[in-house]
Write a protein that binds this ligand. Structure first.
Ligand code: PRP
Length: 286
């Protein structure tokens, strides 16, 4: 029987949709596991396990799953030794300490001896220890942000993404304990066959991520401006330059990271570039 890569994803939660989307962009179609906890992927030898977020590191560590897509914050909290294979660029958030608005917070020392509610006791304890602080960590599994309002804690330590939840609960972010994003992680004890499949998956993921971060840039440019424009453009290689039907004009093509493009757009225009087009890239093979 053909070996399949057993990969765990969140059964529900903030990573699920993006996890399935990135697999889909890799050409791997997976049904959402509403009723079934184990689903076969089509177009790739893969079995997807839908598991509770906090259980995933344990399943991967024990080798029940070969790999997983999950937040760095969860890996760090569960303190399981996993191979961190590839950051996936989504579900960016931070684990932060927040206090009620108006609290006389003057700095880290304010936390000394305070009661802090969190679902991340290990990460918080590490942070406090590194800062030579002692606090009363009150572990709760959900709705952490309500704790100060009901007199359960002086502060909280919870995930922050947009900051809306803190705002709605009259809390202010004061210290960042750790930053996190979704990662592809793998069991250190995965089989050789699973490792080969994982390599194939990583190759596809890298192509998808590179395409997401880059754009195809086309513009028209007068010949006398080419030298300056090529100097400004940070392309993968030298840009392609093709003559237009109109003498003295050229079409310039290159690949550029989207962030970088917004930095140099003004310079391109100042040097005579016209008809600038930015086109999404479907896949980019590195
Ligand atoms: C996290 C966290 C906050 C919220 C913060 O919960 O516990 O409630 O996200 O996000 P925001 O800054 O964009 O408002 P999540 O949705 O991950 O679910 P959880 O309650 O299971 O942790």
């Amino acid at each position: 029987m053909q070996t399949k890569l057993k990969i765990a994803v969140q059964k529900s939660g903030r990573l699920l949709e993006d996890s399935l989307q990135i697999l889909k962009e890799c050409g791997i179609k997976v049904e959402e596991g509403k009723d079934s906890l184990k689903v076969q992927a089509s177009n790739f030898p893969m079995e997807v396990f839908y598991l509770r977020n906090s259980d995933i590191p344990h399943y991967v560590y024990d080798g029940i799953a070969d790999a997983a897509i999950l937040g760095e914050n969860t890996v760090m909290e569960t303190q399981r030794d996993l191979d961190m294979i590839l950051p996936l660029g989504f579900s960016r958030c931070r684990l932060s300490v927040a206090v009620p608005k108006g609290a006389p917070y003057t700095g880290l020392q304010w936390l000394q001896g305070k009661k802090i509610a969190t679902s991340y006791p290990n990460s918080l304890q590490d942070f406090l220890s590194k800062n030579n602080l002692q606090a009363d960590i009150h572990e709760i599994s959900g709705s952490v942000e309500i704790a100060p309002n009901i007199g359960l804690a002086d502060a909280i330590c919870d995930l922050v993404s947009s900051g809306n939840t803190l705002f709605m609960n009259n809390l202010e972010e004061k210290e960042v304990v750790l930053k996190s994003e979704a990662w592809l992680v793998a069991s250190k004890n995965r089989s050789r066959e699973a490792d080969e499949l994982l390599d194939q998956l990583v190759f596809r993921l890298k192509s998808v991520l590179a395409a997401r971060n880059n754009k195809y840039l086309l513009m028209n440019a007068p010949t006398e401006a080419l030298e300056d424009l090529i100097r400004i453009l940070p392309g993968m290689k030298s840009p392609t330059v093709m003559p237009l039907a109109e003498p003295g004009w050229n079409s310039v093509h290159t690949v550029i990271s989207e962030d970088r493009f917004w930095e140099i757009i003004g310079q391109l225009k100042d040097h005579g570039a016209q008809g600038i087009l930015i086109i999404p890239i479907e896949k980019m093979i590195l």
